[in-house]
Ligand binder design. Structure first.
Ligand SMILES: [Zn+2]
Length: 434
């Protein structure tokens, strides 16, 4: 009897980017009885993949609620989408134990998963300004706002590029396909042959670049490339908001000069012997915080008594005393406390990473969640995705650990999470200079 036969529940799928998960054939909806959709199957069902339901790491709710019955749709949008892993994975369901275990292999090849974690690590390790890392991270996760995004969300203004007129302005257009970008890349001192075909999707393009980091001077080339992308974005914003037009060669020069200055600063006589950790310390000191400072990150969630709204409260305390930032965030509840709490921790870590803080203690009142984070194991496909993401994010920090919080110490973030239910847009307050 093979190992597979002993698994009564059969093989399910955990969705990454959804590229290899079939909407109608696979078992991929954890809250549905057998993991399959209960919506009547359409005629041309064979080729439809879950990726059609995802855009920019979010479920496309209007499509989902149109294509599925209400119950299916509700259960689908409860599935967290992984930020750090993109391959769909198999896992087994043990019916008798009602316990789900993660399977053994990534469907689209685990090397792709590994390379994905590698993207984060490589980006973090580059010798570039923190704000440029953040910018690249926003390109990768498609969270920059180009005209197309604004138009799609608000139906205001024009989705077309100001420079080219008739082309839709996406992030890829600004950075690769716009007349200005084409000119800049022709003049640029770094060339990436053979990956032009990937410029339709920034994340894929950057992933291909990351693979090349091991080439001679690969890291420097990546750092210079990041500087060029950053200057292209600044150049676009100058035209968009100030009406200033710059020659392409100026963009290249500015990127090259800033890159060289930063390279020299990072490899000077003292810094030559310093480790990456010390460099991170130096940057943190520049940003007005002491090296040994530890940021306590308290998070709490509250779901609305009716409907799907969830409020998230996040409080950051310096060395456990002075409050240095807080966030009031609104999201959609999964109806499961542990999953909501995990989603809040993930979001809070992203916020803190964006600020460039390096030493983090995550505090949450949910014992079960903290135990999962310490062991690195989720107990169902949804928590597995969230735990993976949180640990991938935690890896980006110099230090990041998890602790159970006493309810008595969590009252501020708990009341912020209740307040969050009354607001529509996220609020953020930061009390340290950065
Ligand atoms: Zn253009």
């Amino acid at each position: 009897m093979s190992a597979r036969d002993t698994v009564e529940g059969g093989i399910w799928k955990r969705v990454g980017l959804g590229t290899t998960t079939s909407i109608w054939k696979d078992h991929w909806i954890p809250n549905n009885p057998n993991g399959q959709s209960t919506t009547p199957i359409p005629a041309n069902a064979d080729e439809q993949k879950v990726e059609e339901l995802i855009s920019n790491f979010r479920w496309n709710k209007s499509v989902i609620f149109r294509r599925f019955n209400k119950e299916d749709a509700e259960n689908i949008v409860k599935i967290p989408i992984s930020l750090s892993r993109t391959g769909d994975q198999h896992f087994w369901i043990h019916i008798e134990e009602r316990r789900k275990e993660v399977g053994v292999r990534g469907d689209s090849g685990s090397s792709y998963d590994d390379s994905n974690t590698q993207i984060w690590r490589t980006l973090w390790g580059l010798n570039i300004k923190h704000k440029i890392k953040l910018f690249i991270w926003r390109c990768i996760t498609n969270t920059l706002t180009a005209r197309e995004t604004i138009f799609r969300r608000t139906k205001q203004g024009s989705p077309c590029c100001l420079r080219c007129g008739d082309k839709i302005e996406t992030v890829e257009h600004i950075l690769f396909h716009c007349a200005q970008a084409q000119k800049v890349w022709k003049l640029a001192p770094v060339q990436w042959d053979g990956i032009q075909t990937q410029t339709g999707c920034f994340m894929q393009w950057w992933a291909a670049l990351t693979q090349a980091r091991s080439r001679k001077e690969g890291k420097q080339h990546l750092a210079l490339t990041a500087n060029i992308l950053w200057q292209l974005w600044k150049d676009r914003n100058e035209l968009e908001f100030e009406g200033k037009e710059k020659d392409g060669i100026k963009v290249v020069q500015k990127a090259s000069i800033e890159w060289m200055e930063f390279e020299e600063a990072g490899t000077g006589k003292e810094a030559r012997s310093t480790s990456e950790t010390d460099a991170a310390d130096a940057r943190q000191r520049e940003e007005g915080m002491e090296v040994r400072d530890l940021v306590e990150l308290h998070t709490a969630t509250q779901k609305a008594t009716e409907g799907h709204k969830m409020g998230i409260g996040v409080v950051a305390k310096l060395n456990g005393t002075r409050i240095i930032a807080d966030w009031v965030l609104v999201d959609r509840t999964s109806q499961l406390a542990i999953q909501d709490e995990a989603a809040a921790v993930r979001l809070a870590l992203i916020k803190v990473w964006q600020l460039g803080w390096h030493r983090i203690k995550v505090i949450n009142a949910n014992h079960h969640l903290i135990a999962m984070l310490k062991s690195g194991k989720g107990d169902n496909p949804n928590t597995v995705t969230l735990v993976d993401d949180i640990l991938a994010l935690a890896n980006l920090f110099q230090m990041c650990f998890f602790e159970v919080g006493k309810n008595s110490n969590m009252s501020l973030c708990q009341s912020i999470s209740r307040y969050a239910l009354s607001i529509v847009l996220d609020e953020e307050r930061i009390f340290v200079s950065s």
